[in-house]
Design a protein around this ligand. Structure first.
Ligand code: TXA
Ligand code: MG
Length: 342
């Protein structure tokens, strides 16, 4: 272990803030997932984030600020909806796409003229931003395409030796990333379902739209291998869905049996149907959506650590946090989505 992991304390947060101001990289907890932070106003520091994660420069990063009063420092020409949404959901698991202020360098936005802005509620993230005195650019603190990190140990697993410090603030409570809402387009569009449910945003912004790639199972199933590989465990994950639970489970059981007969090591992500799926390594996701989202990424890493070749999972719920869980599973499956007809 080369990168120090320090329990978040006033002293370690001061040390982390000094690293940020000096152009270095610090991983820190947020309520969604761990972030990998750098001074958002320092183009060279931000470029180091991309190198540490092996992330392509074409994928822009989110700028984290402590409070709504700081919005003007990172974005310009705020539409009225920005104020409504900020008041309702920020601090919290919502990221807004706004017009980029000149103070934020282009590398943050992959050269575009917009910027993603988030106000995390986690006390350690809040303290780090305030102590640093600058906005903090931070993607999720995982290697590009791997499941996001929800604990300091997972950050270390991916980024040891590549970053300057990890602040340990225990496991992230939400466990999936923020909801991303683009306010620079008409109608406003959700680019990524996340910790704040689409339904809650729609209650305030009735014309909000969800980017088509998230609309139907058909879209996912029609594009195997063509999606951006993301959140992916090393093992190949297959996602099952269908209106009829019995039919879907029967198909899954048959596929699991066939894989095992062929000598593959099988892992199953189990939500509420443990009794129906046996004779393989399982990771328990729990049943309530809040519990599933909190455990999801850790469960993927867990099965990988146990050396499985294949992961099977069934998911049907699409309401509330269910939409974000569905999205992460689709992307982790790299398009291997099996829609079982009743
Ligand atoms: O919960 C979260 O959002 C976590 C924590 C650390 O804040 N961050 C996170 O960052 O998930 P990241 O980089 O893993 O995902 C951010 C997503 C990327 O898919 C990126 O393409 C998109 O936000 N994004 C960033 N800036 C954008 C922009 N200006 N326009 C459109 N999409 C943007
Ligand atoms: Mg990420």
């Amino acid at each position: 272990m080369i990168t120090p992991v320090l329990p978040a304390s006033p002293e370690s947060i001061r040390r982390a803030a000094a690293i940020i101001r000096g152009g270095g990289l610090v991983a820190f907890p947020t309520e969604t997932v761990y972030g990998l932070g750098a001074n958002a106003t320092d183009a060279e520091a931000v470029a180091r984030i991309f190198a540490a994660k092996d992330r392509p420069l074409t994928d822009p990063v989110i700028v984290h600020i402590a409070e709504a009063a700081d919005l003007d420092g990172v974005a310009r020409d705020l539409p009225p909806a920005a104020h409504t949404l900020t008041a309702a959901f920020m601090p919290g698991a919502l990221t807004l796409i706004l017009r980029r202020a000149p103070r934020i360098p282009a590398v943050v936005a992959a050269g575009g003229d917009t910027v993603a802005v988030r106000i995390p509620s986690h006390p350690v993230a809040q303290a780090l931003i305030r102590e640093s005195g600058v906005p903090i650019a931070a993607p999720s603190a995982n290697t590009f395409s791997r499941p996001s990190a929800t604990t300091a140990a997972h950050v270390l697993e991916d980024l040891d030796g590549r970053i300057d410090l990890i602040l340990d603030g225990n496991a992230a409570t939400i466990g999936v990333e923020s909801t991303i809402l683009d306010l620079t387009v008409a109608p406003p569009t959700i680019l990524r379902p996340g910790g704040i449910p689409v339904e809650a945003i729609r209650a305030l912004l009735p014309n909000v739209q969800v980017a088509t790639r998230y609309l139907g199972v058909e879209t996912a199933a029609a594009a195997p291998g063509q999606m951006l590989r993301h959140y992916a465990p090393r093992a190949a994950l297959t996602l099952y869905t269908g209106a009829d639970d019995d039919a879907t489970l029967a198909r899954m059981r048959a596929d699991i049996a066939a894989a095992q007969a062929a000598g593959r090591r099988v892992g199953i992500l189990v939500s509420d149907d443990a009794a129906h799926l046996t004779a393989a390594l399982t990771a328990d996701l729990g049943t309530a959506l809040e519990v599933v989202s909190a455990r999801l990424f850790a469960a993927l890493r867990d099965l990988d650590a146990q050396g499985v070749d294949l992961i099977f999972v069934r998911w049907t719920r699409r309401e509330g946090l269910g939409a974000a869980i569905w999205d992460r599973l689709v992307r982790a499956s790299n398009g291997r989505v099996i829609v079982v007809q009743p």
